[in-house]
Ligand binder design. Structure first.
Ligand SMILES: O=C(O)CCC(=O)C(=O)O
Ligand SMILES: [Fe+2]
Length: 376
């Protein structure tokens, strides 16, 4: 644990609040369901950075059969090189198994010790939000709301059901980046969003979820998503994972093509000043690679892009500056309980110590559940 140095009254009050929220979260988990992840989290979508490849690993034989040729083509040709790849996979699986516990430890330490630069940002206020966004939300909640009318409030990116709209005011974006930089400078432990993104920040660990992103999703984004994506769980989004991704010339530059562990994703550009780094979309997962149509979206500070999690997408390299984007992966348990968006099969639910991936276990859903101990 790092040293806590939180003497000013304001910070004490903030920490007290944050601790209360931490307790509320714990209580919800204790009285409600345990969080679940799908068993595929420990076998599928393992990213091999050197080969820009996502792989599945159940055993060495399967791995050699499925990826031997493609890895060989990409330069993995000696037994030593293959051993290195297998070690990378083993390390990643071990990391995933410890993720929940480690994250909880970090969250507790941060809630006790972190001194925010802008404590007022942690509770969502309408004054942070763009007028166009508020108007779109108001429309989405009106009795006459329909898809055609909703789309009038948004910018459609081709016909791919990708929409761009102002979400935050630029002044709020600047302050949020200042807050995140302040956290980065602290010596407190930091969890990173995923293996493709090595420099972002997990907003749940920083204490933004209950008072900020949960409210943003429930009160503002969900009514819009329910009109845009009724067939992808837009109307029954019930959990989310929020993080910030960061790109700079000395750190990550780009993001490989992937799909999200989300039914619907909101991606808002926060700043700072940068060149290039456009988001790109090819097509939904089931479309064969050579038939995929390509579209690019330019980042605009304060503006958000809404898309389906299963839409294959990535980010082109930035060529100067720093890019920070807020990403919210929104989940609909009613949908994912039937089909896990990562393995595209009925989920095999495993209790986890972390926040889980938005699955729930109900008798109606009849999802099979196992205890993690039986799989490790
Ligand atoms: O770099 C970006 O803005 C895209 C991030 C993204 O797609 C993700 O984290 O899932
Ligand atoms: Fe993504």
């Amino acid at each position: 644990m790092s040293n806590c140095d939180v003497t000013p009254l304001k910070v004490h009050q903030y920490c007290h609040l944050n601790r209360l929220f931490a307790c509320a979260l714990d209580m919800t988990m204790a009285v409600g369901q345990p969080p679940y992840t799908c068993a595929c989290f420990y076998t599928d979508n393992i990213f091999l950075e050197n080969f820009h490849l996502h792989v599945r690993y159940t055993d060495e034989q399967q791995f050699r059969r499925d990826y031997g040729k493609v890895l060989h083509r990409q330069g993995c040709q000696t037994p030593g090189q293959l051993r290195q790849v297998l070690e990378t996979i083993e390390k990643e699986v071990q990391r995933r198994k410890k993720l929940g516990e480690e994250s909880r430890k970090r969250r507790t330490e941060i809630s006790l010790c972190y001194k925010p630069r802008h404590p007022e940002l942690y509770v969502l206020q309408e004054s942070f939000l763009a007028g166009e966004f508020l108007a779109a939300v108001k429309y989405s909640k009106s009795p006459q709301a329909n898809l055609e009318g909703m789309v009038q409030h948004l910018h459609s990116i081709t016909d791919k059901r990708i929409y761009q709209l102002p979400v935050f005011l630029p002044g709020f974006c600047t302050k949020l980046i200042e807050e995140l930089e302040n956290f980065e400078k602290s010596e407190l432990p930091k969890g990173r969003p995923n293996t493709m993104n090595n420099y972002g920040i997990l907003l749940n660990e920083l204490g933004f979820v209950d008072t900020f992103t949960a409210a943003l999703c429930e009160k503002y984004v969900k009514p819009i998503a329910s009109l845009l994506y009724p067939d992808w769980g837009g109307g029954c989004l019930d959990s989310h994972r929020a993080f910030v991704v960061k790109y700079s010339l000395q750190e990550d530059l780009d993001l490989s093509g992937h799909y999200d562990n989300a039914e619907i994703t909101l991606n808002v550009c926060l700043g700072k000043v940068f060149a290039d780094g456009n988001l790109y979309f090819s097509d939904m997962r089931e479309v064969p690679v050579n038939e995929r149509k390509y579209a690019e979206v330019k980042h605009i500070i304060g503006q958000g892009v809404l898309h389906r999690g299963q839409h294959i997408h990535g980010a082109l390299p930035i060529t100067s500056g720093e890019r920070w984007n807020l990403i919210i992966w929104m989940r609909a348990s009613q949908y994912r309980n039937k089909l896990c968006p990562m393995c595209n099969k009925e989920p095999l639910l495993i209790e986890t110590l972390g926040d889980g991936d938005g699955f729930t276990s109900t008798r109606e859903d009849k999802a099979e559940t196992v205890n993690i101990c039986s799989l490790i």
